[in-house]
Design a protein around this ligand. Structure first.
Ligand code: MSP
Length: 611
């Protein structure tokens, strides 16, 4: 029996090759937001996450760490579970592809697809990127490298079983047509359809050159392609007793990079297995970190512990869904998170709660019709949440927080002691809190306790019961924006070479000092001590930008055309959103009141080395 009142949401199952980072956290929190929202609406929710543990990638990293693959992944699973706990993720099941039940279901379906004639033995000749766990053809490569990882790619020539993907081109196109909401967002859907229309090649689904995987039931020398194994997790999880009713999934949340696997391979595998298809695949955008691609090797990664340590769990959860539309890319920076924490959560929401609870504790409440609540666009917000437009939903909720703050300001309950005004505000806070619960659960629970209401859907509208309200703790403490701090520091140290410590000759040799000519001088918004300088470093190094804290010591006219000395290979730093690639040299007196630029004593070409 199918239940209409169920909601089944999944995250991708993550490769446990390292601890989870912001990208993994993003999908998992999104699934948690949807799960909480649907539980609130009294749906029977099943929220699945887990780990993708087989395949060459895991086998290789385990070998590097001198562990068996199983030992290696076993050690990482608690890190994933702890990370999700620390983010207040309430999943219903954590599946591992090494779970015996999952392996059993995959074998059963491999056999079924084989018996149907959709799997045949042949030879694979082509390329395989272990990083992607994906096959490539010659024309996909960039200078012989993987187009995603830019690393050398392995050429394969081996016996392999193939899945007749080509047979499913038409059924897939028909399915997309009949189910226009299957792929979201819309622009990504078109990309997939266009590519499918170009034609589909049969897919190699087994390898003999590694053994960390599920053996094919009809030929034990062959091990199952990791994506065939992995995708079936969504289905195998519902084979558990009592969970059958959840299939098909209501939505698979994934990142845009794995859309093809989920909207082409996955539905084709299901069609072949005779299993109903999921209702939707939603591909979200990618996060960059300080405008750069997230990359562990370049130190450009923010893991879950770092994410929550900046401004707390709820602020991190809130930021990720407020700062970028769910289907589009977003840029993460500590300073942007702190700004939203301070300006929206502390100043707007936190102040509203603190003011109203303090006054309600003092004066009490008196029941009245809540006219203020009519300004809450509840229907729109619900629609936005159901439509994955989280940023817009939060925007609407916060527009109502603004309205409540203005109302408080205008009605001045601290002067009038009006219990009715305070009731309207407290009752509105109830609605706000319930709507925010999916995003900031632990803060919402604290507010609900202060104002004595239960977090449930019907309470959004049902009037708040009069009870004693308590002031409570400060919900969001304001945080100093470290980026600003860094700028202040960098303004102080800009131009100073500290000679107090002994530097070995080989270290000194690493420093590249050059003559530079200042081409352009610009102000930087919000920085009263800094200039943005465009400098020319000659033929070899060309032009670049540096930021310098010399605004109080030099006018723009004095600087333009001036030759100065620049430390060129200093690690780039972001200052006020501008990448500063180098540092100019200046003499600075004790109290920093005098700053004098160092210039070549006679004219010298831009780019000349200082040695
Ligand atoms: N194991 C496969 C998924 C199999 S699902 C049947 C996999 N795992 S992964 O660990 O590499 O990536 C999981 C998810 O993290 C992907 O959805 C990917 O889009 C997401 N992200 C990785 N980096 C990301 C960002 N920088 N930003 C947002 N999400 C990103 O792929």
């Amino acid at each position: 029996m199918k239940s209409k009142n169920k909601f089944y949401v999944t995250t991708p199952i993550y490769y446990p090759n390292d601890i989870p980072h912001i990208g993994h956290a993003y999908t998992t929190i999104a699934a948690d937001v949807l799960a909480r929202w649907n539980r609130l609406k009294e749906k029977d929710v099943f929220f699945l996450t887990g780990t993708d543990e087989h395949g060459k990638k895991i086998q290789e990293i385990a070998e590097k760490n001198k562990k068996t693959p199983k030992e290696f992944v076993d050690a990482l699973i608690p890190k994933f579970k702890d990370a999700w706990k620390s983010l207040d993720i309430e999943y219903d099941k954590f599946i591992r592809t090494t779970d015996k039940e999952h392996e059993r279901v995959v074998k059963e379906l491999l056999q079924k697809v084989y018996d149907k004639g959709d799997i045949y033995l042949s030879k694979y000749e082509g390329y395989y990127c272990t990083g992607c766990e994906a096959y490539y053809t010659e024309k996909d490569l960039e200078n012989g490298c993987c187009p995603i990882h830019k690393t050398k790619i392995e050429k394969l020539k081996e016996e392999s079983y193939f899945f007749r993907l080509s047979k499913y081109q038409k059924p897939l196109l028909d399915f997309y047509k009949k189910n226009p909401n299957f792929i979201s967002p819309e622009n990504r859907k078109q990309e997939v359809i266009n590519r499918v229309k170009e034609g589909l090649k049969d897919l190699s689904i087994s390898r003999t050159s590694f053994d960390w995987g599920i053996p094919l039931p009809f030929d034990k020398k062959h091990f199952c392609y990791v994506w065939f194994d992995a995708l079936f997790n969504y289905y195998s999880a519902t084979r558990e007793k009592g969970k059958e009713k959840f299939w098909p999934a209501d939505v698979h949340l994934i990142g845009k990079d794995i859309l093809w696997f989920h909207t082409v391979y996955w539905p084709a595998f299901l069609m072949s297995s005779g299993i109903e298809l999921p209702k939707k695949v939603f591909a979200h955008g990618w996060w960059t970190f300080d405008k750069e691609k997230i990359s562990k090797s370049r130190g450009k990664v923010i893991n879950v512990g770092e994410l929550t340590s900046i401004a707390g769990v709820d602020s991190a959860r809130y930021f990720l869904f407020r700062a970028a539309p769910f289907g589009e890319d977003g840029d993460f920076s500590e300073s942007a998170l702190v700004d939203r924490h301070n300006n929206e959560l502390a100043n707007k929401l936190g102040n509203l709660i603190s003011r109203v609870s303090t006054l309600a504790e003092k004066y009490g409440l008196e029941k009245t019709e809540n006219k203020l609540l009519k300004k809450l666009k509840l229907k729109d917000i619900e629609k936005l949440l159901d439509n994955y437009e989280f940023d817009k939903a939060l925007n609407e909720i916060f527009a109502f927080v603004d309205i409540c703050n203005e109302y408080t300001q205008n009605k001045k309950p601290w002067e009038t002691g009006s219990k009715k005004v305070l009731y309207e505000l407290a009752d509105s806070i109830k609605a706000i809190t319930i709507l925010l619960f999916s995003f900031i659960p632990s803060t919402s629970e604290k507010i609900a306790k202060q104002f004595n209401f239960e977090i449930c859907y019907k309470n959004i509208k049902s009037p708040l019961k009069i009870s004693k309200i308590s002031k409570g703790e400060i919900l969001f403490k304001k945080i100093e924006n470290k980026e600003e701090e860094k700028i202040n520091k960098s303004e102080k140290i800009e131009g100073i070479v500290n000679m107090a410590e002994v530097v070995e000759f080989n270290e000194w040799e690493k420093i590249d000092l050059r003559v530079a000519q200042i081409k352009k001088v610009e102000d930087i918004e919000g920085a009263d001590k800094l200039y943005k300088l465009t400098i020319n470093l000659g033929k070899e190094l060309g032009e670049r930008t540096i930021c310098a804290g010399i605004k109080q010591h030099y006018s723009k006219e004095e600087l333009k055309g001036k030759k100065i000395i620049v430390f060129t290979n200093l690690a780039p730093r972001k200052i006020k959103g501008i990448e500063s690639k180098g540092m100019l040299l200046a003499a600075v007196n004790e109290g920093h009141s005098k700053v004098v630029l160092i210039s070549p004593e006679k004219d010298m070409d831009a780019g000349a080395r200082i040695s």
